[in-house]
Write a protein that binds this ligand. Sequence first.
Ligand code: PMV
Length: 311
Amino acid sequence: MGKGSGYGKVILFGEHFVVHSIPGVVSAVDSSTDAEVKKATKTNIRDERKTSKGYGEEKRLQQIESIERMLTAMQLDPKLPLDIWIGGSLPGFSGLGASAASSVAIARAISEELGLNLSNEEINAVAYEGEKAYAGNPSGIDNTAATYGGLMWFKKNPAGGQDRVEKIYVKQPVEIVIGSTGKTANTKLMVEGVAERKKKDHEKYDPLFTQAEKLADAGRKALETGDLKKVGELMNENHKILQEIGVSSEELDLLVDMARKHGAIGAKLTGGGGGGCMVALTPDKEVQSKISSAFKTAGYEFLATKIGIQT
Ligand code: PMV
């Protein structure tokens, strides 16, 4: 049997913009998706992840396509019969890079089961192919975070070659709370929507893209110098431009407001939006638990974790 894991992630700056080669900042979280793969006579997928309602059903066809794409990328028969188990501590919530984490986990498990000995770089490339089933035109930020872990600045190569990935080091890990709207979102449709609106309305979108670039670079600097107040302010600004490009939702805005009201120094949606998750910067345990309790009382699932953990 082959085994593998992939990290979950939270995007602190630049989701959606990264698809268009604007830099983004992403951190792996200390939860992962695990996979086990065995050669079989018939394909069987047992997905035992804890998920938000409807996640499994919504993603089922994309999951099958993703595995076929990865097998093809490994120069194997896309219909190769495999028994695949998926589990681990990362919940299947939209926005946490759950699809990329599962792609990396499955790619690693296949590599081990079939003795392919794929390097991290190869696993990342295979998982990127798998991500296309979920995101259409993915930036590659999710599979990169899922493969390598850590905190990083990422810029997609617009020519399709090597992306730029630079590790960010923080003095110490910082507490965050990830709140889930409980709504499963279709990342592919969200990504396509932004691309279409951008094409139709350059006048509105171009300055927002310029602003996103400034935010990601300033966010990186503020993280490196430990200026968390600044990081929070920049996250708030990032949420505003995500609202402007039409990827927030009533519930995401509500959770963002709730987090700020309970002491978060910054909060924004994270990932594809349109449902899914938001992230609140809560750099002390007390604020972190205050926000966690507020989410719990209001009936929302959450993940209290840290960014900048060395993985
Ligand atoms: O919702 P998630 O966890 O799949 O994150 C998507 C992030 C996007 O920037 C919207 C897409 C991408 O490929 O970068």
